[in-house]
Design a protein around this ligand. Structure first.
Ligand code: C2E
Ligand code: SIN
Ligand code: SIN
Ligand code: FE
Length: 525
């Protein structure tokens, strides 16, 4: 193996190396010992960018390859062409690039017989960086060549380093973006808490137990009355989900929690980590990771970025909840106007909304969609505000003209709602318009049939008819349950979507429970 010949670098240089940073490693490859000696003399005492040179020697191409296979920080190779063979140096240069895959190291080829290998062709085809005749081995020429080459090596390494840092940064950012998009998809605070812990675990590669907690109150610090509620927890803490943080844990984490709340920052304590989410309008949200968490500054920045996205997601959820609550309230108040004017139905809209939800779930719609239908259904007859009392409240059957007037309520309701943007009101518009369409196309106002009728229209049609039959109206008495069900069965495939009817019969006992819960005052049983 090669002899580390740093005997030319005297003690003062060693000391300088310690003060100024690592040496530039330069490898001399030549089969003539004299060349080594001359080169060492020529380069002695040189430093570049405050860093000394350290010289290594190999005496054949083969030896150089072996040496380079185990040494990664050689900056420059002064490479002889003719050694164990006529073109040993050229072969070595190629092997360094292709076999060892080392593209950074700079190579200066040195030959005693210029002209044997034409300069330009060699530089291009062997990926070497300079070409010198051995006659140019004067101190000045060598010095210039070596420093110029080290400068380009330094540039290459800097660019490489920057690219690696950018890559790592980009990868980290991509992961945070991915994790954040998962967070933004959550539709409840509990789901959000679970998502946050799961995404953090994959971002930080930690396996420690963790908690996501919410502190109600706690503006400057925890007060003794503040309950710390656990929204989600993993590992040994799993059993605490949905509960209050026990006294022992609270005592342990409290100083860190207080510090996090006061400084509005995440706190890295010795044996745990408390992550802080800033939520201007809601309660304080924190996550606690058990055990020491050590992160680089770059990773801490990424975690802060993730946390601020979680805060936004949390605010969105709170706002969405508030907006939907407001919409629900307004929708109920609005629909009660109609209910009140119709004088007869009492709890009709409440039952109708619950039936619609139950059927929607039984039809396989997801919780979210079924909820939208439930919230929107009370507005199905909002168009009745446009129907005169003489028709709306007529105690007996309607004549043909009255019927035409009455049937307008579907279109009127749609016209009232169709300009609205909120999802719930758009759903309400569809339901108002389509709840009297019939599966066989004989309904109104558009005479739609089959699946051209929106699923919500088909579902609310059944809920509406079921409730109308089972209860008293100003124009009819309540029917006995058996006859109601008989009539619904008869409407399967004509008035009503067969699948909706089947779903309805599948959950009949739940429907019955709702009917009893929201019974009209004075109704039978
Ligand atoms: P509603 O009372 O809420 O009835 C809703 C739907 O339940 C009706 O839509 C109809 O499809 C079904 N339905 C109600 N009673 C019966 C029944 O005895 N037999 C059968 N097979 N189905 C029934 P429809 O027919 O489009 O009526 C819409 C609205 O028009 C009714 O809402 C009600 O407010 C009014 N209406 C309908 N018929 C009369 C009537 O004869 N007199 C009065 N005053 N109003 C009526
Ligand atoms: C009714 O007139 O009471 C309901 C009309 C219908 O059977 O569609
Ligand atoms: C009705 O819609 O009131 C009855 C029509 C049918 O039997 O399908
Ligand atoms: Fe209606």
């Amino acid at each position: 193996m090669s002899q580390d010949e740093d005997w030319l670098i005297d003690d003062s240089h060693e000391a300088a190396e310690e003060n100024t940073g690592p040496a530039w490693h330069v490898l001399i490859v030549d089969d003539e010992p004299d060349i080594h000696r001359v080169t060492q003399l020529a380069l002695s005492g040189i430093d570049f960018l405050g860093r000394p040179l350290k010289l290594h020697s190999c005496y054949s191409g083969k030896e150089a390859l072996e040496f380079l296979a185990h040494t990664t920080d050689i900056a420059l190779i002064l490479l002889d062409v003719v050694m164990e063979s006529e073109d040993a140096g050229l072969k070595t240069a190629r092997a360094i690039r292709e076999q060892l895959g080392n593209r950074q190291v700079r190579i200066i080829l040195r030959t005693g017989q210029p002209g044997v290998a034409p300069e330009r062709q060699v530089i291009e085809s062997y990926d070497i960086n300079d070409y010198k005749a051995k006659t140019e081995l004067t101190r000045d020429k060598l010095y210039t060549a070596v420093l110029g080459t080290l400068r380009s090596y330094n540039d290459i390494m800097l660019i490489d380093q920057q690219r690696q840092m950018l890559d790592a940064n980009r990868r980290g950012l991509l992961k945070v973006i991915e994790a954040s998009s998962v967070i933004f998809q959550q539709s409840s605070i509990e789901q959000l808490a679970q998502g946050v812990l799961e995404q953090l675990q994959s971002l930080l590669f930690f396996e420690q137990d963790a908690l996501y907690v919410v502190v109600n109150g706690g503006v400057a610090a925890l007060t003794d009355d503040d309950a710390v509620r656990v929204l989600y927890a993993t590992g040994g803490y799993s059993e605490l989900r949905g509960k209050t943080l026990p006294e022992a844990d609270l005592v342990r984490f409290r100083p860190t929690i207080d510090e996090a709340i006061q400084t509005e920052r995440s706190i890295y304590a010795d044996d745990h980590f408390v992550g802080f989410f800033k939520t201007p309008h809601g309660p304080v949200n924190l996550f606690i990771i058990e055990g020491p968490v050590s992160l680089s500054h770059g990773d801490r920045d990424l975690i802060e970025l993730f946390c601020s996205n979680v805060s936004i997601a949390y605010e969105n959820l709170l706002m969405a909840r508030e907006v939907e609550e407001t919409q629900r309230t307004i929708i109920y108040q609005l629909s009660e106007v109609v209910e009140y004017r119709s004088q007869d139905t009492g709890q009709h809209i409440r039952r109708m909304a619950e039936y619609s939800y139950l059927i929607a779930r039984a039809m396989g719609l997801d919780e979210e969609e079924a909820n939208v239908i439930r919230t929107a259904a009370p507005l199905h007859d909002i168009g009745k505000v446009g129907i005169p009392d003489a028709v709306l409240l007529k105690p007996g059957p309607l004549n043909a003209d009255e019927r035409v007037i009455m049937n307008r309520h579907a279109e009127i309701g749609y016209t009232m709602l169709k300009g609205a943007k909120p999802r719930i009101l758009r759903m309400a518009a569809t339901i108002a318009q389509q709840h009297h369409e019939k599966w066989d196309g004989s309904g109104y106002p558009q005479g739609l049939s089959g699946e051209d009728i929106h699923i919500a229209g088909r579902i609310t049609a059944l809920a509406d008819v079921y409730d109308a039959l089972a209860n008293k109206r100003c124009y009819k008495e309540a029917w006995p349950t058996e006859e109601v069900l008989e009539e619904i069965r008869r409407m399967r495939g004509s008035h009503l979507d067969p699948k909706v009817v089947d779903a309805f019969f599948g959950i009949l006992h739940e429907v019955e429970a709702v009917r009893l819960l929201y019974r009209d005052a004075g109704a039978a049983h």
